[in-house]
Ligand binder design. Sequence first.
Ligand code: SF4
Length: 63
Amino acid sequence: MKVSVDQNLCYGSGDCVYRVPSVFTTVDGFGAVRPGCEDSGDDPGVQEAAELCPSQAITVTDG
Ligand code: SF4
């Protein structure tokens, strides 16, 4: 499954980076998926980060 961050929704809380630093990082103060980690949507920690993102900016999708 794919994971992505919509930087138009993200307000840079950093929660996702705190939870799963191996997958998420910050770019210009906003959350982002590390290059090469776009297929990490099966990771339960990534799914939890998506559920708990305060601005619902993280999307996990099939594919
Ligand atoms: S948890 Fe959500 S709002 Fe916070 S940095 Fe990550 S994507 Fe942005």
